[in-house]
Design a protein around this ligand. Structure first.
Ligand code: NAD
Length: 467
């Protein structure tokens, strides 16, 4: 579990902590360091607000549509702030905001459907869906706004209220989003809290919370589940991944190389469902390494606010240290850097996009989640070996298979032990699809109608048939 937390600064506006710009490594603003005991009153207000919010689905739908419009209208304020604290290129910040608005509209239109049960008995049995109560959401720093919306859009649409905590590395855009949304939503329906640990731990274990929905690392997810066990709140966990991409013998390397590269390097590789390992047939191995290395060497790395930047810095200092550590270890284990392999000179947390060849399969860059701009490429002789290696992990988020014969690729994809498998693509997600990792990558289902029902409980009514 991470131990680094941003620096605390007492001041006239109460306890606050510094927020750093990863492009410079300098603090540029502060956020409130809320105390865990403040949560009691916040959760109580969320509970009070729930009474009206759950009662009127029509008013809810129009509030959520108004919220989507407000998010879009605030794009020019939200996007630069998000880039400043997270590091990603500005266009990607705008994409996060567009996704958040689209998600609000998607869930605003979803209605839980009452379901009759016909089992031959002379009773009329019907399932009606009820909201759970105040929901706690805890999200990481890689997609602060998009992941916040993945929590609040289904939970609020289902008639719950929410207390949401962003990562202390990226609190500012989420706080601004909260105030933008407050123009459209009734008071206390969505409350953003910011602060350093143990704020999240207290939120996850708060007795007034009925559902804890968490996105982040596996280690913290376990701690969250333990905390929520105290109040027996429902738990949804979206955790880490170590997705493999398997290239087949008939793959056209130059044709797929751009897509494969960006599937690994978008958001500087800080994507739960990024390609984190590539398995290439031995015959094509050098060609694949060279094609990826060429792209890694020519991609434009720079501050996210510079219009030409295609990749920003790594998002925070502990993450940069992790990326440096696992790259250095791979090189010490005998790997070769076909591109990059080192931090970039100058201020900020920039790391050269790195392609690693000849990596021993037990090296942590292969077995763990590097979560950065570093991609190991591994050769295989027999396809079964590649499938076995792809599945030989505690992670089970996503995976992909790349080749020309789509039926064959699909047959291989079908053997992957993960929640989503793509062919000739990776990490493309529809709002309407279920999103669920297997093994250590998650508990529960988000996305699509499953995400809505994950925020509801069945309430069953039995009545005798009329005589
Ligand atoms: P993290 O687990 O360190 O932190 C996630 C959140 O939990 C942050 O808000 C953090 O402040 C909070 N937190 C820390 N300790 C806590 C505790 N004891 N109790 C409650 N909350 C606590 O993760 P991170 O480094 O911010 O994010 C990176 C991880 O997130 C990666 O493993 C990545 O794969 C994962 N992730 C998963 C998905 C998914 O949908 N599966 C999506 C994005 C990121």
């Amino acid at each position: 579990m991470p131990t680094h937390q941003p620096r605390r600064t007492p001041g006239p506006r109460g306890e606050r902590f510094a927020v750093l710009d990863p492009a410079t490594g300098e603090a540029f603003d502060e956020a409130p360091d809320q105390r865990p005991d403040e949560l009691d009153a916040i959760v109580e207000r969320a509970h009070d607000a729930w009474r009206d919010w759950r009662a009127d689905p029509v008013a809810r739908t129009s509030a959520l549509f108004a919220a989507a419009d407000a998010v879009e209208a605030a794009g020019a304020d939200l996007a630069p702030l998000l880039t400043r604290e997270q590091g990603k290129p500005l266009a990607e910040s705008y994409a996060e905001i567009a996704r958040a608005a689209a998600r609000l509209r998607y869930f605003a239109e979803l209605d839980p459907v009452p379901e009759p049960i016909a089992d031959g008995r002379p009773v009329r049995t019907e399932i009606r869906w009820r909201p759970l109560g105040p929901v706690a959401a805890i999200v990481p720093w890689n997609f602060p706004l998009q992941l916040a919306s993945a929590k609040f859009a289904p939970a609020l649409a289902a008639g719950n209220t929410m207390v949401l905590k962003p990562s202390p590395f990226t609190p500012l855009a989420t706080r601004l989003l909260g105030s933008v949304l407050s123009a459209a939503l009734p008071q206390d329906v969505l409350t953003i809290v910011t602060g350093r640990e143990p704020l999240g731990a207290r939120l996850a274990s708060h007795p007034g919370i009925r559902h804890v929905t968490f996105t982040g690392s596996i280690a913290t997810g376990r701690a969250v589940a333990e905390g929520a066990a105290a109040s027996l709140a429902r738990v949804t966990l979206e955790l880490g991944g170590n997705d493999a991409a398997i290239l087949l013998e008939d793959v056209e390397v130059e044709r797929i190389a751009d897509r494969l590269f960006w599937a690994a390097f978008r958001n500087c590789g800080q994507v739960c469902m990024a390609v984190k390992r590539v398995y290439a047939p031995a015959r094509l191995y050098s060609q694949v390494v060279e094609a990826l290395a060429e792209r890694a060497k020519t991609v434009v790395v720079g501050p996210g606010l510079d219009p030409g930047s295609q990749l920003g810095p790594v998002s925070n200092a502990p993450q940069l240290a992790r990326v440096e550590r696992c790259t250095a270890r791979a090189l010490a284990d005998g790997a070769r850097a076909a591109a990059g392999g080192h931090r970039l000179e100058g201020p900020g947390y920039f790391f050269a996009p790195t392609i690693l060849a000849d990596v021993p399969s037990g090296s942590p860059v292969v077995t763990e989640e590097q979560f950065g701009p570093v991609l190991p490429v591994l050769p295989y002789e027999r396809l079964d070996e590649a499938v076995e290696a792809a599945n030989d992990t505690g992670f089970g988020l996503g995976g992909s298979v790349w080749g020309t014969d789509l039926d064959r690729a699909e047959a291989v994809a079908d053997r992957l032990e993960c929640g989503t498998a793509w062919i000739n693509n990776h990490a493309e997600l529809s709002l309407a699809q279920p999103f669920a990792g297997t093994k250590d990558s998650g508990v529960g289902v988000a996305g699509g109608p499953w995400g809505l029902y994950g925020n509801l409980r069945p309430f069953v009514v039995h009545r005798p048939e009329e005589a």
